[in-house]
Ligand binder design. Structure first.
Ligand code: FES
Length: 197
């Protein structure tokens, strides 16, 4: 008796045996020696209509690395040519970082987009003091809109508070502030308004 017929007799419980070709039965026997499905990583379910596997399964096999410019991080904008405003951050080590920025961006977003050490624990919602900056020039401080009550409450919690302290997330760059210089304090105190509820 031929091998395919012997295999078909050896597998009587397979109701499909009579419909399968001898070749497909032989493949079934070979496959049964492979590890169980539980031991293998999950695979996408086969499509009953013979459609292609879902896009994510092929995308995961061929993901490419890409990098983006700092201005596309966070919420900062690229300044238009000729409309750049400049702000300088003095970090904890005393190094100065002069950055060209666009009107409307705030100091927290600018610092984070340029990998400067400003935590911004509350995400810029004026509910912590980890974006504390000290304006180095009183004239620039006077050009800024007055801090509102929420900002003053949070500033009261800031480490090393000074007369010209502000919260970076509340200082928005305008043409009047072109040339602004701010110092990052040596420490921040991570107290949030929620700590007092
Ligand atoms: S990030 Fe929390 S107050 Fe500015």
């Amino acid at each position: 008796m031929s091998t395919p017929k012997l295999l078909a007799q050896a597998l009587p419980s397979l109701s499909l045996a009579s419909k399968r070709t001898a070749g497909s039965i032989a493949r079934h026997v070979r496959c049964s020696t492979k590890p169980s499905a539980a031991a293998l990583p999950a695979a996408p379910s086969p499509s009953p209509l013979g459609l292609r596997p879902p896009a994510w399964s092929t995308a995961m096999q061929s993901r490419a690395f890409s990098a983006s410019a700092a201005v596309s991080h966070g919420h900062v904008h690229a300044p238009k040519p000729g409309e750049e405003l400049y702000v300088t951050f003095i970090d904890k080590e005393g190094a100065e970082h002069k950055i060209a920025v666009a009107k409307g961006d705030n100091l927290l977003d600018i610092a984070q987009a340029n990998d400067l050490e400003m935590e911004g624990a509350c995400g810029g919602s004026c509910a912590c003091s980890t974006c504390h900056v000290i304006v180095t020039d009183q004239d620039y401080y006077d050009k800024m809109p007055e801090p509102d009550d929420d900002e003053n409450d949070m500033l009261d919690l800031a480490f090393g508070l000074q007369e010209t302290s502000r919260l970076g997330c509340q200082v928005v760059m305008t043409p009047e502030l072109d040339g602004l210089k701010v110092k990052l304090p040596s420490m921040t105190r991570n107290l949030q308004s929620s700590d007092f509820k």
